[in-house]
Design a binder for this molecule. Structure first.
Ligand code: TRP
Length: 360
């Protein structure tokens, strides 16, 4: 969807998901310790400002509210469409450093990596038996990938990745998964798999709980080229960028030819996105930032956005630079998370074996 298109009217199911999500927020606020939350990222490069305002900030909020937060470094998702893996060690440790720098606290949260948790993946086999090829093929992300790469260009791992993601969630019995609208179909599939597993192998006493989506109000930040900020498009401002790099990247951002700066996301997406970025960093409404800049034009807007980013992210960047000097510590954090999740998923697998009559 282009950033300038008017939003589609919410469908009934979207509205229902939004309602469930709002109820869930209230339940979390009442009893945070009763909730286990799982989120994750592919280790494909440094996290950027879009990640921070879109999801990282929300993770830290949930952690600080007292939920049990699990963060997955989804390295096995990287090989769905990439063959070069030599950069993985640096990308994985970089991701851990980004998490810790923005406030994910390894004493309270669990950070782990796919490839180090064997039992998780063994769940993929029974789960694959619970869904049809047609069902997986209807998943919008899988459909998009197949349209982009062609049926023969998509790996079977890419095809099955929503099922793999269900294994991520169900293996640790996560009840809550913070997602954007685009990930809702994945979560729906995880719910279906949980239900079918229970119906087939554990009727009367459901073993897996159906995870719920927690919909975030992720602001849409555009990259420097005017399209959605994205690691793969090379248009992002990394969280770890220096103040000078930030200034250079934002100075190169697209704007428009109108002198007076106004916040009009539909008509002026690039200018509005820079205003939004400054506003998010300053915890102010974007209209207020616009009014302040007024007729000073795009150069002043870029200076304001740069200053706001540099100020807001300075403490994260300092912490990240310290962490980057201590890869042994980053590895230890990851190893502790892997161990914790291995213990949980071994338990899940043992229960699944017993329910499936495959314990001998
Ligand atoms: N697919 C997610 C992404 O690309 C990462 C991910 C993997 C994930 N497994 C997950 C997110 C389970 C939530 C739950 O960002």
């Amino acid at each position: 969807m282009s950033a300038t298109a008017p939003p589609a009217p919410p469908s009934e199911s979207r509205r229902a998901a939004a309602q469930r999500s709002a109820d869930l927020e209230l339940a979390i606020a009442r009893e945070p310790a009763a909730f286990r939350v799982l989120t994750g990222d592919r280790p494909t490069g440094p996290l950027h400002l879009g990640h921070y305002f879109g999801t990282l900030q929300n993770r830290v909020r949930l952690q600080d509210a007292g939920v049990e937060l699990f963060v997955l470094v989804a390295d096995y998702q990287v090989i769905t469409d990439r063959t070069a893996a030599a950069g993985l060690p640096a990308d994985v440790l970089g991701l851990v450093a980004d998490y810790l720098a923005v406030g994910i606290d390894p004493r309270r949260a669990v950070i782990f990596a796919h490839s180090q948790v064997a039992a998780l993946h063994q769940l993929l086999l029974p789960f694959l038996s619970l869904v049809s090829v047609a069902e997986v093929g209807r998943n919008p992300t899988v459909k998009d990938e197949m349209a982009a790469a062609g049926r023969s260009g998509v790996t079977a791992l890419m095809f099955s990745y929503p099922v793999h993601q269900a294994a991520d969630i169900l293996s640790v019995h996560a009840g809550v998964v913070p997602v954007g609208q685009d990930q809702l179909p994945h979560l729906e599939l995880a719910r279906t798999i949980a239900r079918r597993f229970n119906d087939r192998y554990s009727p009367g006493q459901p073993y897996f709980r159906e995870p719920s989506a927690l919909l975030g109000a992720a602001p849409l930040l555009l990259g420097t080229d005017g399209t959605k900020m994205s690691k793969s498009r090379g248009n992002a401002v990394p969280i770890r960028a220096t103040a000078d790099e930030t200034a250079r990247l934002i100075a190169g951002a697209r704007t428009d030819a109108e002198r007076v700066i106004t916040y009009e996301p539909r008509r002026r997406p690039e200018v509005s996105s820079l205003l939004l970025l400054a506003a998010l960093c300053r915890d102010e409404p974007p209209e207020q930032v616009a009014a302040e800049i007024g007729a000073a034009g795009a150069a002043a807007l870029k200076r304001a956005a740069t200053d706001a980013v540099n100020q807001r992210f300075a403490p994260f960047r300092r912490r990240r630079a310290d962490l980057a000097r201590d890869p042994g510590y980053l590895r230890a954090v990851l190893a502790a998370g892997n161990e914790r999740v291995s213990a949980i998923t071994e338990g899940t697998l043992a229960a699944v074996r017993a329910l499936m009559h495959t314990s001998y």
